[in-house]
Design a protein around this ligand. Structure first.
Ligand code: NDP
Length: 496
């Protein structure tokens, strides 16, 4: 049965009646059909969100009333954790335990922003000393308005929730457009929101393609803010669309994040975190540490251990027992990754392991965990985001050289450093031009801590308090002392 759109508190078919298939990347079989919304549906959804914002049915509620709804959504997600995780695995291919983390994190994210909305509302009003006692100046934070949220396929539900939970907590209304490749868990989120009884129009879901649903959403004049996660190429288009209406925009884009391993590191710990940094979620992770820099003395030993362990990773359908690497999300992404590997052959990089289809898995978009070493610094695989289970390793001699190589990228989302010398780790962390730095680990992500990139990796921060501030406007309210005198045009006191 085809899914529906969720607009103004009702599940509806797309006006143009279109749909597209949901394909299981482990079997290449179509297992569901998704509603394809177009510009007319986007218009209806944005208008519903606009009305719901402007009449105060959501922003006019107390923070604790909004928090109550958010907690119901969290409960609704938790109550369905196993079926949502199974659906995420089927749609995206990720191993089931990883999908379970994602769904659990999505529920926690709603709870976190419910608590934060209440804590902020209970906090003291902010005032500023403007240096003139006749003026009393206060700073108010208000919801930004109607939010357009556009998300990718790698963490289909979670990337939506990173936007929906703080936006709703802040008092905004929202239209969510997930990736056409993985829309199903966001459709289930609409069911959960509906069951939680949020007022109509506060949360709207329009599934559809980028050109037919995403672009009209970014162009819509009634949208106040665009929150986008995806590639740099699309991010640029989104920013252009936002500029036409002078709308604020938050961009969470790609990365090519470095992992610097110093020679004093324990080789097995380094291997564990390098593997996690690139093969978790099949390497379809914006912050994946896909460029590894190893200090010369450790380089040969580390490469040997890395290859040994990468070859032991269990590959297969995400719902099979013990699988740590599922299929790439889609045929088109598989072809894109294979294109990178094809061109890497001419680059001079040394293929250490992987690079092909795993034995016995003839159906499904599978690729063996792939490690390249001695990668030329101008090679495409060293510079461009592959977004698949492919890691490039090079060596360095000194801390300065490691930092120079690490920062030599247009991206700046994340970075990692490993060493027993914690002073050195802090020094390196300070000099990495990235929004997230991990010391002696790679990838752990916390709802409470800000997330986002430097340079081409984006603008703004999600998660934590910064993620809440993303959806607030700042208003200055200045009051003149009732008995005070100004006297610019009308004479006062002795001059009168
Ligand atoms: P895309 O940029 O291709 O797509 C992202 C979203 O934008 C999708 O919903 C897509 O629709 C939509 N879209 C496509 N064209 C337009 C358009 N013209 N106007 C508006 N919306 C449009 O990215 P992917 O889905 O391929 O995701 C992978 C990328 O996301 C990687 O580069 C990755 O690094 C980045 N990412 C960044 C994260 C971060 O936190 N920094 C987190 C996760 C991913 P559709 O695909 O349905 O057609």
């Amino acid at each position: 049965m085809t899914t529906q759109l969720y607009i103004d508190g009702a599940f509806v078919a797309p006006k143009a009646g279109g749909s597209f298939p949901a394909v299981d990347p482990a079997t290449e079989e179509v297992f569901d059909t998704v509603a394809a919304g177009t510009a007319d549906d986007i218009d209806a959804a944005v208008r519903a969100a606009r009305t719901a914002f402007d009449d105060g049915r959501w922003s006019g509620l107390s923070a604790s009333a909004r928090a109550g709804f958010l907690r119901k959504v969290a409960e609704g997600i938790r109550a369905r954790l196993s079926d949502l995780a199974a659906l995420e695995t089927r749609d995206n291919g990720k191993p089931l335990p990883e999908a379970e983390w994602d769904i659990g994190d999505a529920a926690d994210c709603f709870d976190y922003y419910a608590d934060l909305a209440e804590a902020r509302a209970a906090g003291p009003e902010t005032t500023v000393d403007v240096g003139d006692e006749r003026f009393d100046t206060r700073i108010w934070r208000e919801p930004v308005g109607v939010v357009a949220a556009i998300t990718p396929w790698n963490f289909p539900l979670l990337m939506g929730v990173w936007k929906v939970a703080p936006a709703l907590a802040a008092g905004c209304t929202i239209v969510l457009k997930p990736s056409e490749l993985c829309s199903l868990t966001c459709h289930e989120l609409a069911r959960i929101v509906d069951a939680a009884g949020l007022p109509a129009g506060v949360f709207n879901l329009v599934t559809g393609t980028g050109p037919e649903a995403g672009a009209p959403l970014t162009d819509h004049p009634l949208v106040d803010k665009i929150a986008f996660t995806g590639s740099v190429v699309t991010g640029r288009k989104v920013m252009q669309a936002a500029s036409a209406g002078i709308r604020t925009v938050a961009l969470e884009l790609g990365g090519k994040s470095p992992f610097i391993v110093f020679a004093d590191s324990d080789v097995d710990k380094a291997v564990e975190w390098i593997l996690f940094g690139i093969f978790w979620n099949k390497g379809e992770v914006c912050s994946a540490t896909s460029r590894v820099l190893v200090q010369r003395e450790l380089y040969p030993r580390l490469l040997e251990r890395l290859a040994e362990e990468a070859e032991k990773i269990t590959i297969g359908p995400g719902d099979a027992e013990g699988v740590k690497l599922g299929p790439i999300v889609s045929c088109s992404q598989y072809d894109k990754v294979m294109g990178f590997l094809e061109r890497a052959r001419q680059s001079g990089a040394r293929l250490v392991t992987g690079g092909g289809r795993p034995e016995g898995l003839d159906t499904g978009y599978y690729l063996t965990p792939t490690v390249y070493a001695d990668v030329p610094l101008d090679a495409e695989i060293w510079r461009e985001e592959i977004f698949g289970p492919v890691v490039c390793v090079n060596s360095f001699e000194t801390e300065d050289e490691a930092l120079r190589l690490a920062n030599d990228s247009p991206y700046g989302l994340a970075g990692a450093v490993m060493s027993k010398d914690l002073d050195r780790c802090d020094r390196v962390a300070a000099r990495l031009r990235a929004g997230i730095v991990w010391i002696n680990c790679s990838q752990p992500t916390f709802t409470q801590a800000p997330w986002g990139g430097y340079k081409s990796s984006g603008i703004g921060r999600e998660l934590g308090e910064a993620g809440f501030d993303n959806y607030l406007e700042t208003k200055q309210v200045t009051r003149f002392d009732r008995d005070g005198e100004w006297g610019w045009y009308l004479p006062t006191g002795d001059q009168a």
